[in-house]
Design a protein around this ligand. Structure first.
Ligand code: SF4
Length: 396
């Protein structure tokens, strides 16, 4: 027990037995807990849309300083409240736990919004969203909503202040455990239970069940989409230019299958290039003066039943035309040469493809995971990815 502990726990024991001693200590405790409740210093942990409402709560219209919530900072130093406002992804979970551990006690946690409570709209089919901040650190007050309004956050703060005001030597603040239960699909279970309950006959024959009338699904006329036209060279002109040097390059239709002609000759061409010519073709796109495609816009991948396609889009910033290039990657090999020697910006795109699909890029200078933790099991955008401890299947 440190010096402060000796004073706060030892002195009341000495004074309590004295005449009126209990009242004196109770009075001091009341003032101390009142002061603590009304001088909360929050560490803000705003990760998504709910953070906007939290910022609004701190702004002049709602002004949480009126409730003693002051000095909102992005540091655990001297903070005694952490407001979880937004979606918590797995990669942020360890920093969150570290921040909580760095806060001096007594410390409190408010989980604001569905995401911070349970994963919210991302509870199903998500491999990366933590199903509630309470699984990581102990939450004192939950504020429902998506997002909750500032008034709700202020109400939650007032509820927390009530909790703090009840604390003292008879009800000391204690380190609580986080809510550690396996990820379980309680919503589907509840749905099934309701479906079964609805089939049961009503107990009283005088009670008539209400039959909901279903709304007729409105029919909307189909909206025809105009293909975006290429500036500069048309897709057909780019294809002809490429096929002179790379005759094996073929256009791909909107259904992802090979075709003989471009579906929209004016629009950016979507081309399949043999894996062996991939880097040479990109080099050609960049350095052929008539094409001048000097900007790599993105690289992603598609998981087909028999292969992966690595898809990238290139743009000519001077002429304005663009082209989409696909190349197939064998499911057994999953290796492709890196485009980083040609476009340094490919580095992050290829790391993303590696992280989410497991495709390796030879010659990449730093092929590490990008979004997920290094020890994340598997590559979650592959269709064969399964992890029941993280992913709850959508029940409908
Ligand atoms: S609860 Fe709704 S508003 Fe809040 S972070 Fe999640 S999705 Fe955004």
């Amino acid at each position: 027990m440190g010096k402060v502990g000796i004073i706060t726990r030892g002195v009341p024991k000495l004074i309590d037995p004295l005449p009126g001693g209990r009242h004196l200590i109770d009075g001091i405790e009341f003032i101390v807990s009142w002061a603590r409740a009304n001088s909360l210093w929050p560490l803000v942990y705003g990760t998504a849309c709910c953070a906007m409402e939290m910022m609004s709560t701190g702004g002049s219209r709602h002004d949480w300083a009126r409730f003693g919530v002051e000095v909102a900072r992005a540091t655990p130093r001297q903070a005694d409240l952490i407001v979880l406002a937004g979606t918590i992804v797995e990669k942020m979970s360890r920093p969150l736990v570290t921040l909580y551990q760095q806060m001096p006690g007594p410390k409190y946690v408010i989980a604001m919004g569905s995401c911070a409570i349970s994963g919210g709209p991302f509870i199903y089919d998500s491999y990366s969203v933590v199903k509630g901040g309470g699984r990581l650190i102990p939450v004192d007050v939950y504020i429902p909503g998506c997002p909750p309004r500032p008034e709700a956050l202020l109400y939650g703060i007032m509820q927390l202040q009530k909790i703090i005001r009840t604390e003292g030597r008879r009800n000391p603040w204690q380190v609580k455990e986080p809510y550690q239960v396996p990820v379980a699909d309680s919503f589907s279970a509840a749905r099934t239970a309701w479906a079964v309950a609805e089939l049961q006959p009503l107990r009283s024959p005088s009670v008539q069940a209400i039959k909901p009338t279903r709304l007729v699904r409105p029919e909307y006329p189909e909206v025809s989409r105009q293909a975006v036209k290429n500036q500069g060279l048309s897709g057909q002109a780019i294809l002809s230019l490429i096929q002179k040097t790379f005759p094996a390059v073929r256009p791909v239709g909107p259904d992802g299958l090979l075709t003989d002609a471009l579906a929209a000759p004016d629009s950016p061409a979507d081309l399949l290039v043999p894996t062996g010519s991939y880097c040479d073709l990109v080099n050609f796109l960049k350095n052929e003066p008539a094409l001048g495609m000097d900007f790599l816009q993105w690289i992603t991948a598609v998981d087909w039943p028999d292969r992966f396609d690595v898809v990238s889009r290139f743009l000519s910033t001077s002429k304005g035309h663009a082209v989409v290039v696909r190349t197939a990657v064998d499911r057994d090999e999953m290796v492709l040469p890196s485009l980083t020697p040609l476009f340094p910006a490919a580095s992050w795109h290829e790391r993303e493809v590696y992280d989410l699909f497991g495709i390796r890029f030879t010659g990449h200078p730093d092929l590490r995971r990008l979004f997920l933790d290094d020890d994340f099991p598997g590559h979650p955008l592959r269709k064969d990815f399964r992890d029941e401890s993280r992913v709850m299947a959508r029940p409908y």
